[in-house]
Unconditional design. Structure first.
Length: 382
């Protein structure tokens, strides 16, 4: 871990305590550290986190900074989660993650950040107002860089502005699915000094028609120009579990300077063909995207990797929170509690990725067996 970047403990120490001093039994920082350490050990719910403190006992509570012998109860944790300034917490964690990204990304030429939303199913069914969360994840380092709560999945577009405002866009490439392919979002990214690669679907019918036209058979008079614009191609092929997936990408600059879409430099066409080798069946599809990266800034092969890399947010963040932390089973609904708990899970997952953990479930079991290493991970070294 880099000595020049604050530890998670140092970052969380910046969060102000919202409670009155009178009658306060526990300081705020030890409680926040308890939450993080318990989550490192695989404890996900409020009751489970409280049980971590009860089960591990006085020695570990003292190491966390508690002065008494009793761990906070589930109801105490509930009040803490409910009262925390969730926006301030997310801003602190975003600043901490960005510091690590700057320290570790080095001179990487293309630094991509995926943005995608996730609904917390049980909280949504229970009527929570922030049961849908929009998050951003570094492609390369798998750090969760920012998070914003959304009242409804249909409001992702409006909240994307707030999420982007939390990011350092300079030098970043933002990747997103079709819902966030909006003029205002593209303009905000470019204004902040970043680039974008955005999928195009039916929610932008005119833009989709333009993308299709860029790759259709044009009249002979335009053929020379068309062929010149379509010389950038890339392909890849992967096999997993008897499933063979072939991808063929074409990148065209034929719309560069010919459209009013903010910053658009290239149009992308991706043809996917998936074959189940054992059954001999499969399917194929054609998808489109736009990017503000010019041909001189990213090759077709790099664009293919950026497009494919976007979906890492599904299996490195959303899937892990669902499976390892059973997030979709936790029916927490009061106030911004689901959002606050997700913010801590994001930070803990980022911490494990920083420490080189590839198998999160195995890492949680190891931390549970070796709590000393969990304390060291959050920055408690003595």
């Amino acid at each position: 871990m880099s000595p020049t970047v604050p530890s998670l403990r140092q970052a969380l120490a910046e969060l102000p305590d919202f409670r009155q001093a009178r009658g306060r039994r526990y300081e705020l920082l030890p409680i926040l550290l308890l939450v993080c350490v318990a989550m490192l050990c695989g404890y996900s719910s409020q009751s489970a986190i409280a049980q971590w403190g009860q089960n591990y006992g006085d020695h570990w509570l003292k190491r966390l900074g508690f002065t008494g012998k009793r761990a906070p109860s589930q109801s105490t944790l509930h009040r803490i989660f409910d009262g925390i300034d969730h926006r301030r917490l997310e801003a602190i964690l975003a600043h901490w993650a960005e510091a690590w990204l700057r320290a570790l990304a080095g001179a990487a030429r293309l630094q991509a950040v995926a943005i995608d939303g996730k609904t917390l199913s049980a909280s949504h069914k229970s009527g929570s107002q922030t049961a849908h969360l929009l998050a951003s994840l570094s492609h390369h380092l798998s750090l969760v860089l920012a998070q914003a709560g959304v009242n409804d999945k249909r409001n992702e577009i409006s909240r994307a502005d707030d999420l982007l405002a939390m990011l350092v866009l300079e030098g970043k490439i933002i990747t997103a699915d079709a819902m966030l392919t909006q003029r205002r979002i593209s303009q905000q990214i470019r204004k902040g000094g970043g680039h974008y690669l955005l999928v195009v679907k039916q929610n932008q019918p005119s833009l989709l028609d333009d993308c299709r036209m860029a790759f259709c058979q044009l009249p002979r008079l335009a053929e020379t120009r068309r062929e010149a614009a379509l010389t950038r191609r890339a392909k890849s092929c992967t096999e997993h579990g008897g499933r063979l997936e072939e991808r063929h990408l074409k990148a065209s600059s034929i719309l560069d300077g010919q459209t009013t879409w903010p910053g658009l430099r290239q149009v992308l066409q991706l043809k996917r063909k998936v074959t189940h080798k054992r059954r001999g069946t499969g399917w194929q599809e054609t998808a489109y995207a736009i990017t503000s990266l010019g041909a001189e800034q990213a090759s077709a092969g790099e664009l293919l990797e950026l497009w494919r890399g976007h979906w890492g947010i599904e299996n490195r963040l959303h899937w892990v929170r669902d499976v390892q932390y059973r997030e979709d089973k936790l029916a927490v609904r009061k106030g911004h509690i689901p959002q606050v708990m997700a913010a801590f899970k994001n930070a803990v997952l980022s911490l494990m990725r920083l420490r080189g953990e590839a198998n999160i479930a195995a890492a949680c079991r190891r931390y549970a067996a070796q709590p000393e290493s969990a304390l060291a991970a959050v920055g408690i070294l003595t």
